[in-house]
Design a protein around this ligand. Structure first.
Ligand code: GTP
Ligand code: MG
Length: 220
């Protein structure tokens, strides 16, 4: 009986590498598709409605190291089908808006497009996390057209205001600085800061509404 030769091993290694490259590429294309949709909405709004609901769009592809870390942490199965099913944030997009109403508006405009399937929504704006974190999260599937067929690719999108983003980036830095063991006093301060950010958002929304009402009154 003969075992696998080293050239068989090499072939298997190449096959795995190609499979993984193609797998990651699909998520990159998923990001490209959603980013284009968001940029179209942004440009159209700016041109036609003379108003821009999107301040900033950023994206990231989860690194293979983070994917492996998450599989280990959450004890998911380890083949590519398991990863595809469980890790839905390989493609991540963040949309920052000026006002709370804009986060919902852009969410609606994007998710009502006919080729977009909404898989899961978590509204941490209406229901903030206990630490104060706010954002509107959605996992969508977007079709990506490859040479041999179409693939539905999951993409995680986070919609938030500038104030929510400011808070979340500071909280993230603190969380890692203390290696996830943030002292209670700091946690309480962060919670207060989140509440202040939330009050600022409400105030800005109110002012924004007044400006819009003024605009309508002067143009009618
Ligand atoms: P993950 O396993 O981390 O992806 O979380 P999850 O599956 O429970 O999903 P959830 O929607 O709660 O969070 C996903 C992402 O939202 C995270 O990867 C962060 O980018 C962001 N996020 C969630 N909670 C917090 C938080 O408390 N602080 C900060 N800074 N970001 C958060
Ligand atoms: Mg995540």
């Amino acid at each position: 009986m003969t075992g696998p030769t080293s050239s068989d091993n090499l072939e298997e290694l190449k096959r795995l590498k190609d499979e993984f490259t193609r797998f990651m590429m699909l998520y990159k294309f998923g990001i490209d598709e959603i980013t284009t949709k968001l940029n179209i909405l942004k440009e159209e709004f700016t041109q036609i409605h003379d108003y821009n609901p999107i301040e900033h769009i950023s994206s990231r592809l989860k690194s293979p190291e983070s994917i492996i870390g998450k599989i280990e942490r959450k004890q998911y199965g380890q083949d590519i089908d398991d990863i595809r099913e469980h890790i839905t944030d390989i493609a991540g997009i963040r949309v920052t808006c000026s006002f709370i109403s804009d986060t919902y508006k852009v969410f609606e405009l994007l998710t009502s497009q006919q080729d977009i399937t909404v898989v899961k929504v978590k509204d941490y704006i209406a229901n903030p996390k206990p630490n104060g974190y706010q954002s509107l999260h959605v996992i969508v599937e977007v079709p990506v057209f490859m040479s041999d067929g179409v693939v539905q690719v999951p993409v995680e999108i986070q919609f938030r205001t500038i104030a929510m983003d400011f808070w979340a980036s500071l909280e993230h830095k603190i969380y890692y600085k203390y290696d996830k063991a943030v002292p209670d006093s700091l946690l309480a301060e962060l919670k207060h800061a989140a509440e202040a950010a939330s009050r600022l958002d409400a105030k800005m929304e109110h002012l924004h509404g007044e400006v819009l009402a003024l605009d309508r009154a002067t143009t009618s």
